[in-house]
Ligand binder design. Structure first.
Ligand SMILES: *Cc1c(COP(=O)(O)O)cnc(C)c1O
Length: 408
């Protein structure tokens, strides 16, 4: 590639700049956001968009939250990075706070959801080896799952489209159809080490497991000496209306992967484990150069401040109730466009009877950003502190476009 002699200091991404990226994403080429505030995103030309995608459940408190800016700014003036060969008080504090508020006793910090999943997989295999059962290394997952994009994470996902062209595909995972509890019992062998499931399935179609399913999985794991990994990368950190979604279902995992909302937009992931598992993850078993560095941990602590603020989880439940009720109305009025509402808290799916991309695009043209998910769904992931007004605005745009598409 030719040397670049001219530097472009403006924010605008020209076509040629984008062409140097892998073609693995396909963003709308004429849309570039320059800044954001709360639930709103702004373009260079001054258009305002309602952000009900939140960077896929990442900007949990919207854009430019003063408390997060303050935390990142203050830490950036003190210390960015020292490596985990030294103590990192911000990370110790974040670990302690998450442990105190959850089932967990020990945490490992990473930079992404996939890495939190990798750590979870290693924790399962490491545990079984440490307790003298090294032959137990296989992990059971559910179909249509999403656990990230590394080789092990795609192998865990049970989604053929993620692994095709990346053979070999057997990295020690077996799969059952989502929610098929009879199949779970049948697929366990003497080599099975654990089970991995999304408490609320995200990419594959917004679909919470039920208390019955999770209760059964927990019981089977206990009876057979298997460990249960819950993937709460998307549904965790307040999005479900609880700190972690498993609290809704009356069971506890052995291992939980967190990320996305945990950093509010700053990359951080975490693998939470019970002492039974954590005691074996000793020096040499795992590590990360960046994971839990002072910047990430400082922002993570600031995010937790906001999650723990009185009224925040109530807001999640309230706004979720309003959004779901509004969507249910659209389902009953316009069944040729929307056919089902699902989800938990502010992780909401609406199944489309037209191609989901068509509705998603129509909403974007009306300045409402939503995502899509499997099972032909659109996916709503607004910030946890979204206001009544923004929810009402979003529902207005949804109604307008669903009605229009219903008539066309
Ligand atoms: C996004 C996601 C991941 C992967 O996280 P990355 O930060 O993209 O690596 C894993 N599991 C679930 C459920 C997710 O939604």
């Amino acid at each position: 590639m030719q040397a670049v002699t001219q530097s472009d200091s403006s924010n605008s991404a020209t076509l040629n700049e984008r062409d140097a990226l892998w073609p693995n994403y396909s963003p709308p080429r004429d849309l570039v956001f320059t800044h954001g505030l709360g639930t709103e995103l702004y373009t260079e030309s001054g258009e305002t968009y309602l952000d009900f995608l939140s960077g896929i459940a990442v900007t949990a408190f919207g854009h430019s939250h003063p408390h997060l800016i303050e935390a990142l700014g203050a830490q950036s003036k003190k210390l960015w990075h020292v490596s985990n060969v030294f103590r990192i008080p911000e990370a110790e504090k974040l670990a302690r706070r998450l442990a105190e508020a959850s089932f967990a006793d020990r945490l490992f910090f990473a930079n992404s959801g996939t890495e939190a999943i990798e750590a979870s997989i290693k924790a399962v295999r490491g545990y079984q080896a440490a307790v003298g059962r090294p032959e137990r290394h296989r992990i059971i997952g559910m179909s249509d799952s999403f656990h990230g994009r590394t080789i092990a994470a795609v192998a865990a996902s049970g989604n053929p489209s993620y692994v095709q062209n990346f053979a070999p595909t057997d990295h020690g995972f077996d799969h059952i159809a989502w929610g098929d509890m009879a199949a779970l019992d049948a697929v366990i062998t003497e080599k099975t080490a654990g089970v991995i499931v999304e408490t609320v399935q995200g990419e594959g179609g917004i679909r919470p497991l039920t208390a019955e399913m999770l209760g059964h999985i927990r019981q089977v794991c206990d009876a057979q000496g298997l460990l249960l990994i819950l993937d709460e990368v998307q549904c965790g950190v307040g999005r479900s209306g609880k700190l972690f979604a498993y609290e809704t279902f009356g069971i506890e995992p052995d291992i939980l992967a967190s990320a996305k909302g945990l950093g509010g937009g700053f990359p951080i992931g975490a693998c939470l484990v019970s002492e039974k598992v954590g005691q074996h993850m000793v020096v040499g078993t795992h590590g990360s150069t960046f994971g839990g560095n002072p910047l990430a941990a400082a922002v993570g602590n600031a995010v937790l401040d906001l999650v723990f603020e009185p009224g925040l989880l109530e807001n999640v439940q309230k706004q979720a109730g309003t959004l779901r009720a509004g969507l249910e109305e659209l389902v009953s009025e316009f069944p040729a466009v929307l056919s089902k509402v699902s989800g938990l808290g502010l992780m909401i799916g609406a199944r489309c009877e037209i191609p989901n991309v068509e509705l998603m695009t129509a909403l974007r043209q009306n300045r409402l950003l939503v995502g899509r998910a499997g099972d032909n769904m659109i996916r709503l992931l607004p910030p946890l502190n979204v206001s009544d007004e923004h929810v009402a605005q979003a529902l207005d745009i949804l109604r307008q476009e669903v009605r229009r598409l219903h008539q066309s």
